[in-house]
Design a protein around this ligand. Sequence first.
Ligand code: NAP
Length: 303
Amino acid sequence: MASAAGTRAKLTWKGVDSMRIGWIGTGVMGAAMAQHLMTAGHQLVVYNRTKAKTDGLVANGATWAADPQAVAQQSDVVFTMVGFPKDVEEVYFGEHGIFKGLAEGKTVIDMTTSQPKLAAKIAAYAEEHGRHALDAPVSGGDIGAKNATLTIMVGGDDATYAAMLPLLNVLGHKVNHFGAAGTGQHAKMANQIMIAGTMTGLTEMLLYTKAAGLDPEKVLATLSSGGADNWSMDNYVPRILKDDYTPGFFARHFLKDLRIALSEADSMGLDLVATAQAKRLYEVMVDVKGLGDQGTQGLINIY
Ligand code: NAP
């Protein structure tokens, strides 16, 4: 993680030591991420639909604002980390949305996992009105948010990326820029297509392990040091073995991601059959069994 001093030294505009950061969406991911920026020495203005989820940040020195417009009016940079594309639409373009309050020359960074085309729409609107925008979805889970070890995938113009990189470095240990607006979201979709395989793989690996009468802890320890090792297995199998299905990463959010990825793939003429099967399994979990508020590791509960 970049130090606060390192962060400031790289920034190029005046008043950087007391940058005013707005943060909208203080759930599992956002609360921890916003806290890192405050710890790094920035002033924080926060808003979340459920106000109580900002209490910890406010107790630590953040200021509450009544809506996204009010956040934007008080900020140099506004970060958003909400749930679904419809939430992103609302916080940017709603009646009291960010674009009603953001001053000229200021920047927005959407870190929600959302649609590439919505990222492009936000960036086009920002550019047209003399504002700046990045899409910067993340990977690394609740643990990555807490430890500031997220992987951050960025889309947007070069100058805005360069200006915002020091702030992004506070939140993650790997920040990569992929190109124009929307490309960060495309990179995240590539990530989610990969995760579809690791989640279905770890689930069926565990079912098989138990059916074969093997010790799952021993199998996990063995697989972790071999060719089957992966982040999902290392982080989620121990939770499943403790019957812990708390999120982590909400299954309803993962289903949203798989739907975005498959819709984008379809528009590129791709038929991703394994990802489509993973989506069907998560539809059973979320839409049929009503388990969308469990973490993604709860997939095992549909078998
Ligand atoms: P979360 O706990 O549901 O947090 C989202 C927060 O945004 C909630 O507190 C929610 O308010 C707030 N919100 C939603 N719509 C809003 C609106 N219109 N106005 C104001 N606040 C609004 O979800 P999360 O796990 O932090 O995930 C956030 C995003 O990151 C999702 O897109 C997810 O797919 C992505 N992501 C998550 C993970 C992970 O491991 N958790 C990893 C990578 C990416 P309420 O409290 O009222 O619901």
